[in-house]
Write a protein that binds this ligand. Structure first.
Ligand SMILES: C[S@@+](CC[C@H](N)C(=O)[O-])C[C@H]1O[C@@H](n2cnc3c(N)ncnc32)[C@H](O)[C@@H]1O
Length: 305
């Protein structure tokens, strides 16, 4: 595996970014990409998908839903809800004090089945003046997120939408497990899209790149995951995790005028203890107040620049 390999989940779903219509995906075209990279395991997974030359959308969605159910298990065990809340709560205190607009809108980019937003709605106690909106391109994942939120009576919304072209302004963009899907110029564009619509802050949590990440991910996926695509893409995600310096230089280039810093970004001797890091972006005038409100946790946040 190497960082240039594409994730299978990104190849099986093709969305027109203007209309959000799903485009047909040809098995032959996916196979050609996999062959070009020498991705033999992924090719076997492709062979195992029943159906003809054009991949059946419902079958692919079934695989993606099972993979996201397993991904939720990882989010749960890695405490991704708490992980974001410890940064989001002080961030909201700062925004509440400095911004006149209400509600404060938090948008989860690529929310999948919405684990983090549903967790924040259930346990975050963020306040009545906060609105939680999850966006994803995949209608089946969004339908599942909505159903789960409805069943639990949670105050969060989900939409099939491009998170960067919403008609209402997002004050905070967040994501979990998404930034490694954006690479090169697309990574810079990811930050530019958020800065250009006037975001006040960003919190992007993802696997922390380290020598241990692919091994740890492989062990976790063998133990806890059963869906072949989830196992494949899960380990590849750890290989594709962006090193700190890549994240910081892309965010500073694309995300200006916001300032950026990594939370839990410092290399550690035992990287297995710090498996994720969070890129924090914030308007310059909010950077110091945010650090103050973080309290003792600010020791884990490098300087903004
Ligand atoms: C790895 S999955 C999401 C995982 C999810 N955050 C979780 O933790 O379970 C990445 C998702 O990002 C979505 N996505 C990528 N770019 C997006 C955008 N601009 N707006 C909305 N969704 C996007 C894709 O449709 C895909 O489902």
């Amino acid at each position: 595996m190497n960082a240039d390999w594409p994730e299978l989940s990104d190849l099986l779903l093709d969305t027109d970014l203007d209309t959000l219509a799903r485009k047909p995906v040809s098995r032959g075209a996916v196979r050609a990409v996999l062959r070009r990279h020498g991705m033999r395991t992924a090719e076997r997974i492709l062979d195992g998908i029943p159906g003809g030359e054009v991949l059946d959308a419902a079958t692919v969605d079934g695989i993606l839903v099972r993979a996201h159910c397993e991904l939720q298990r990882l989010s749960y065990e890695f405490r991704n809800g708490q992980r974001l809340l410890q940064l989001l709560a002080p961030m909201l205190e700062v925004l509440r004090a400095k911004l006149p607009q209400r509600p404060l809108r938090i948008v989860d980019i690529g929310c999948g089945m919405g684990f983090v937003l549903r967790w924040l709605a259930a346990y975050g106690a963020l306040g009545d003046d906060v609105e939680l909106l999850g966006c994803d391109f995949n209608p089946t994942l969004i339908a599942n997120a909505e159903k789960l939120a409805r069943e639990e009576g949670l105050r969060c919304k989900f939409r099939v939408a491009n998170a960067f072209t919403l008609e209402q302004q997002a004050h905070v963009f967040l994501s979990t497990g998404v930034i490694h899907h954006f690479r090169g110029e697309a990574l810079t564009g990811f930050f530019r899209s958020q800065a250009s619509v006037g975001a006040a802050a960003m919190l992007h949590c993802d696997i922390k790149a380290s020598w241990a990440a692919p091994l740890g991910s492989w062990i976790f996926h063998q133990a806890r995951m059963r869906e072949p695509l989830a196992r494949h893409d899960g380990v590849l995600s750890a290989v594709r995790a962006h090193p700190c310096e890549v994240l910081l230089s892309a965010s500073r280039e694309g995300g200006s005028p916001l300032r950026f810093a990594l939370f839990d970004g410092k290399p550690s001797l035992l990287p297995i203890l710090r498996t994720m890091n969070t890129l924090v972006g914030v308007r310059a005038e909010f950077a110091e107040p945010f650090r103050e409100r973080l309290g003792p946790l600010s020791a884990r946040l490098e300087p903004f620049s």
